[in-house]
Design a protein around this ligand. Structure first.
Ligand SMILES: [Zn+2]
Length: 114
């Protein structure tokens, strides 16, 4: 992997991180809402937001880990088998820690567990 390619991946990670962090947190559901139905729908909306925020928090963590790893020799190497993850895959998914093959194996294993 060349320095330029690494820089491109780094930029895309930083851009993604910026996008996620730019999203303003929603206002909390008002404690006193005059309409009960309105209150219920706001509550369910809020739990959707919580799920979304958890996903974002995980994405932020993955991006930060990738940024911390990017200058080390382990970056771009599969966690599972030690093979190169591959530039195209890293460009498409810079937070990937597994090569396509190991990722497929892991997903197959998870589907089997369910
Ligand atoms: Zn692998």
């Amino acid at each position: 992997m060349t320095i330029d390619q690494k820089t491109a991946i780094k930029r895309s990670l930083e851009a993604k991180l910026g996008d996620i962090l730019a999203v303003k947190p929603e206002e909390a559901v008002a404690e006193t809402c005059p309409d009960e139905n309105e209150y219920a729908s706001r509550l369910s909306e809020q739990s959707l937001n919580v799920a979304l925020r958890e996903r974002e928090a995980r994405a932020v963590r993955e991006i930060r880990e990738a940024l911390a790893r990017i200058d080390s020799p382990e970056f771009g190497v599969c966690d599972e088998c030690g093979e190169e993850i591959g530039l195209n895959r890293l460009l498409a998914r810079p937070t990937a820690v597994l090569c396509v093959r190991c990722q497929a194996e892991t997903e197959k294993g998870m589907a089997f567990a369910m």
